[in-house]
Design a protein around this ligand. Structure first.
Ligand SMILES: Nc1ncnc2c1ncn2[C@@H]1O[C@H](COP(=O)(O)OP(=O)(O)O)[C@@H](O)[C@H]1O
Ligand SMILES: [Mg+2]
Length: 257
């Protein structure tokens, strides 16, 4: 791999006595798509939030384009953040804004694009995810779950980011709509030439959108490999997860630790 776009070494994050990330090492090459799989509560969202700088790890290094980002100041953080687009778990659209305003939000707020131009960008991005201009005038609450995901995706790509994160992009969708969204993610990431990290517990989604897959368990990435290799990982945890078996080495957490 050339110099990785994103490089994590020894990333640790705890909340009180509870260690969520216990030393994460991973590199993502430019233009690569990494999917992190793992059970709910395994720390997938915490991992993304650490990379985004929304949470600060206690230890370790997170380099973006070779630049250390742990502990950088607000101005530097804002500059690094300009490289990122994000599709949050649940979509997280602003319900008081029209669809086009949601998509135009980043270009207007972060890049100072004038509203008329930003609306044009928004309508183009809505088109890229298969939504006609009329949808731009609606409010998120008027849309189905699948349509809302499309809007969230349009918003994530609106600023043409170099790096895009997808947090559980297909959760709550039926399998057919999930597949449509997966296809759109692949298409949008490819068109942008972006580097992507997605987190999911949906294996169909992981297989479709990932070049590489990593599995998080008990705070560590216990396996990493190409998407093709996931079926012959020889790792009992990975096998149990991808086949969704109740029996195996992975123990369900019953109590909040
Ligand atoms: N801000 C926080 N404060 C305390 N605990 C947190 C916080 N964010 C996440 N956690 C805990 O970290 C663990 C991992 O959470 P998360 O990364 O959201 O899991 P998931 O893999 O489902 O995305 C959970 O046990 C959660 O309760
Ligand atoms: Mg999560």
């Amino acid at each position: 791999m050339d110099a990785p776009k994103i490089s994590l070494k020894g990333v640790r994050k705890s909340f009180g006595p509870k260690t969520v990330l216990a030393g994460i090492d991973v590199d993502v090459g430019s233009g690569q798509s990494l999917v992190v799989i793992g059970g709910s509560g395994s720390g997938k969202s915490v991992l993304l939030k650490c990379i985004l700088g929304l949470l600060r790890p206690e230890a370790g290094s997170i380099r973006i384009d070779g630049e250390e980002t742990v502990g950088i100041n607000g101005t530097e953080r804002a500059r690094v953040m300009k490289k990122f687009g994000m599709l949050f778990q649940g979509g997280a659209l602003f319900d008081s804004l029209r669809v086009w305003q949601n998509v135009a939000f980043g270009p207007i707020q972060a890049d100072g694009v004038p509203p008329a131009k930003a609306k044009e960008i928004a309508l183009t991005k809505l088109g890229a995810v298969g939504l006609p201009p009329e949808v731009g005038e609606l409010y998120p609450a008027e849309l189905s779950g699948g349509m809302q995901k499309r809007v969230s995706l349009a918003r994530a790509i609106a600023r043409e980011p170099e790096i895009i994160f997808f947090d559980e992009p297909t959760t709550g969708l039926d399998p057919i709509m999930a597949d449509v969204i997966n296809e759109l993610i692949v298409k949008c990431v490819r068109e942008l030439g972006a580097t992507a990290i997605s987190i999911t517990h949906d294996m169909a989604s992981a297989r479709k959108i990932g070049d590489r897959i990593a599995m998080i368990y008990e705070g560590k990435l216990i396996w990493q490999g190409s998407t093709a290799e996931v079926d012959r990982s020889d790792n009992a945890h990975v096998d149990q997860f991808i086949h969704g078996r109740a029996e195996g080495p992975i123990k369900m957490q019953v109590k909040k630790l």
